[in-house]
Design a protein around this ligand. Structure first.
Ligand code: NAI
Length: 334
């Protein structure tokens, strides 16, 4: 099968070539967008990542060029117009669980770094500054942590916080997990989580219901000094509201691996450019904000699993065999 792979980085090419057994993969650096979609003409499949534009307009161009399959090499599918894909008869497959551990472990890493100022200590000591002033943190043990979304990733984070660190864990999910409840995790509503938590970590998908689940009203309910971590999707947080809450101290720390407007910035080296995103620029000025560039998935294990599952999905579809149920993105998620 000829596959046009968009947003390709050298590490994508290496991981796919390591497992590719016979597909004709065209590695393209540009992001998929209306202007770049014609590059896929003649390819039966396109392979896309989190910030590729798979809107109705793009799907129409792909379809006209002969594409019949969209292979997502990620779990989230908020960037795909599934209804239009269905209307055009385009199949869509994803990689539902390449390594939830990669994301969960990174989330805990961000949380610890933020709460204990490890990111700042790294810079200070390199500059010969061994002072502790400004690095005072707090124990996670005994604190209340709110986990929003307890699917594959959230469940691991909730378990680590409850069983590993001894936090009191509150959770919100439209499908509560009985195993977490058995561990003492208490399911409640988002407002109670906002009001009672010292830490909130986001692991639900981005949908119309969850868009800006953290916004001015939510932050107004929070205890002063709330620490917020987002490794899910940028659109879950209203960044302007977060900035206001950081200015007043209502938000005591923010760690984000994702950002609503990340498509224009993340995955690129812009160190020689002027940053034109004023919200992101403002966020980067706060000492208690830690930003990483959509890196949580980025482990050798995850890249290997992404390549294997993506190409396996192509093989299953090519041979007319059914995909695993969760490999097919459903409009409301699994
Ligand atoms: P999952 O599908 O296993 O779990 C999502 C959970 O959210 C499910 O339990 C579902 O019931 C719940 N949910 C759905 N709608 C909800 C709503 N309206 N309110 C509350 N809960 C809701 O997904 P998984 O694998 O745990 O991934 C979570 C998110 O993490 C993905 O959607 C993706 O956006 C993000 N992600 C980020 C990565 C990164 O590198 N930063 C890598 C992989 C995933």
């Amino acid at each position: 099968m000829r596959i046009a792979m968009f947003s390709t980085k050298p590490y994508d090419r290496r991981s796919f070539e390591a497992v590719n057994a016979g597909h004709d993969i065209l590695y393209l650096e540009p992001r998929l967008a209306p202007e770049t979609a014609p590059l896929a003409a003649g390819a039966e499949a396109v392979c896309v990542f989190v910030n590729d534009d798979v809107s109705a307009r793009v799907l129409q161009v792909l379809h006209a060029g002969g594409t019949r399959l969209v292979l997502l090499r990620c779990a989230g599918f908020n960037n795909v117009d599934l209804k239009e894909a269905e209307r055009l008869g385009l199949r869509v497959a994803r990689v539902p669980a390449y390594s939830p551990h990669a994301v969960a472990e990174f989330t805990i890493g961000l949380l610890l770094s933020l709460v204990r100022g490890i990111h700042r200590a790294y810079q200070r000591t390199r500059d010969g500054n061994f002072a502790l002033e400004g690095l005072l943190g707090f124990d996670l043990h005994g604190r209340t942590a709110g986990v929003i979304g307890t699917g594959r990733i959230g469940v691991l984070v909730a378990r680590a916080l409850a069983a590993g660190f001894g936090c009191r864990v509150l959770a919100y999910d439209i499908h509560p997990d009985p195993e977490l409840q058995a561990l003492g995790v208490i399911y409640t509503d988002p407002r109670s989580i906002a009001a009672e938590s010292d830490i909130i970590t986001l692991h639900c998908p981005l949908t119309p219901e969850t868009h800006h689940i953290i916004r001015a009203e939510t932050l107004a309910l929070a205890k002063p000094g709330l620490v917020l971590v987002n490794t899910s999707r940028g659109g879950l947080i209203d960044a302007e509201a977060a900035i206001e809450a950081l200015k007043t101290g209502r938000l005591g720390g923010l760690a984000i691996d994702v950002y609503e407007q990340e498509a224009d910035v993340f995955f690129e080296d812009l160190s020689n450019e002027i940053l034109t995103d004023d919200l992101l620029a403002r966020l980067l000025t706060f000492p208690n904000v830690l930003v990483t560039g959509h890196q949580a998935f980025f482990t050798r294990d995850a890249l290997g699993a992404i390549a294997t599952t993506t190409l396996n999905n192509a093989i299953l579809i090519e041979s007319g065999r059914p995909l695993g149920a969760s490999d097919v993105p459903a409009p409301r998620g699994p």
